[in-house]
Design a protein around this ligand. Structure first.
Ligand SMILES: Cc1ncc(COP(=O)(O)O)c(C=O)c1O
Length: 405
């Protein structure tokens, strides 16, 4: 019997791989100092680890620009604010979708209301998929950017970013991708998919801690500095330096968080190597991580497909989102009869120790379209890599019994 059966990995992954906890602790104890290339030995070591983490993440996302353009932020919301407010100007047009998280919806609403930016929100189908052709049709001469999440945090639907990227690249429009629900689960290829700006959060599939996120900004993309201040270099210059990462990083970085991401990247590579059973000879970080992601995704798919098929067969349970074999991530929304979603969440927690997320999940437009606002949203199950059969049985039993009540 476990104390908790954790099904809230879409909010944040838990637990983290053991090396992440260990390295964060060790690194912070040993080198928890302000980094700096020109500083003392400890500062140089801190800087080395940060630079290495930028390089690892760059390879992880197949980012072909210099790794100095991998910028650390607080989380994906921070990254998306920096990108959207730093790229869009009065009179610009931006295309997004109705399947977005508030970390895209709200910056765009503010830009629209307060800064004269024009916004088109493309509709998705009833399973949460956006037709890339609808994005093409929405492009106008003044369109500056398209911002879209790779996977919905409510429905789990995965958008065809490669097709969208081809359209935006042909049109000369910047593609900003919110990879919160896919980074660390599905391979993402910035180069092949023509992603210009990638926003990630560290604490979900990337298995880092909370409080660290990032932006990968392709060479040639101009983002206004969101914050200005100390950089530890070029102190005599009166304005924020133009060179990366300092252009978008002001102040002391979240060293423990970056250490966590560093250890997690190496954990992915080790896991990928193990999966290849001795066939990893000569493989680099990107290929090893890809092997790890195939393994992680396969495990998560097995869990989510089992939940989906079981829940669909329970009378009184309504399952939202992807059907059949359409590409999805392990995020599944349900409701039980007319019960308010938050009540189901409370009962699952109190009576079964099953930790789910109930509500609108910061994606209000999805719930408006699915007509789930009156039920206070949906109950979201998000199994993760560390979910086991015991968790699965407990979750299924909980939903079965609540549906029979
Ligand atoms: C699709 C999506 N975008 C953005 C975010 C925001 O991430 P963070 O809270 O780490 O800023 C989330 C988090 O739930 C998300 O699922």
């Amino acid at each position: 019997m476990k104390e908790h059966y954790y099904f809230d990995n879409a909010a944040t992954t838990w637990p983290k791989p053991e090396p992440v906890y260990r390295y964060m602790d060790e690194f912070y104890r040993g080198y928890g100092v302000n980094p700096g290339r020109a500083g003392h030995e400890m500062a140089v070591e801190a800087e080395r680890m940060i630079t290495e983490t930028r390089q690892l993440l760059g390879r992880f996302f197949n980012f072909k620009s210099d790794s100095s353009r991998v910028v650390f932020t607080q989380n994906a919301s921070d990254s998306l604010n920096i990108a959207l407010f730093g790229i869009l100007n009065n009179g610009d047009h931006v295309i997004s979708t109705r399947v977005e998280h508030n970390s895209v919806i709200r910056p765009l609403n503010h830009l629209e209301r307060d800064h004269g930016v024009l916004v088109t929100r493309v509709q998705h189908d009833d399973q949460g998929y956006v037709d890339p052709e609808d994005i093409r049709k929405a492009i106008r001469p003044e369109t500056r950017a398209v911002v879209v999440n790779h996977a919905s945090n409510v429905l789990g639907s995965v958008q065809d970013l490669k097709a969208i990227g081809q359209i935006t690249r042909e049109a000369g429009v910047s593609l900003i991708a919110d990879t919160c629900q896919t980074a660390g689960v599905l391979p993402i290829d910035m180069e092949d998919w023509c992603i210009d700006v990638l926003a990630f959060t560290g604490h979900k599939g990337l298995f880092g801690p909370m409080g660290i996120g990032g932006l990968l900004v392709r060479d040639g993309i101009d983002i206004r500095a969101a914050r200005v201040g100390g950089t530890g270099v070029d102190s005599i210059t009166p304005f924020q330096p133009d060179d990366y990462p300092h252009h978008l990083e002001a102040g002391t970085v979240a060293l423990p968080g970056i250490a966590g991401l560093n250890a997690a990247q190496k954990w992915f590579a080790t896991l990928g190597k193990e999966q290849l059973n001795g066939g990893a000879e000569g493989m680099g970080h990107a290929e090893l991580c890809r092997s790890a992601l195939n393994h992680i995704d396969a495990r998560e798919q097995a869990h989510v497909r089992e939940l989906e098929t079981t829940f669909r067969d329970i009378e009184g349970v309504k399952v939202y989102g992807p059907e059949g074999d359409r590409q999805r991530v392990a995020t599944l929304s349900i409701n039980i009869r007319e019960l308010p979603a938050d009540q189901i969440g409370i009962m699952l927690d109190a009576d079964y120790a099953v930790c789910v997320r109930a509500g609108l999940h910061c994606a209000p437009l999805v719930h408006t379209d699915a007509n789930t606002v009156p039920q206070n949203g949906t109950v979201r199950f998000s199994p993760g890599y560390f979910t086991d059969q015991e968790d699965m049985e407990q979750a299924i039993e909980g939903v079965q019994e609540l549906a029979e009540m």
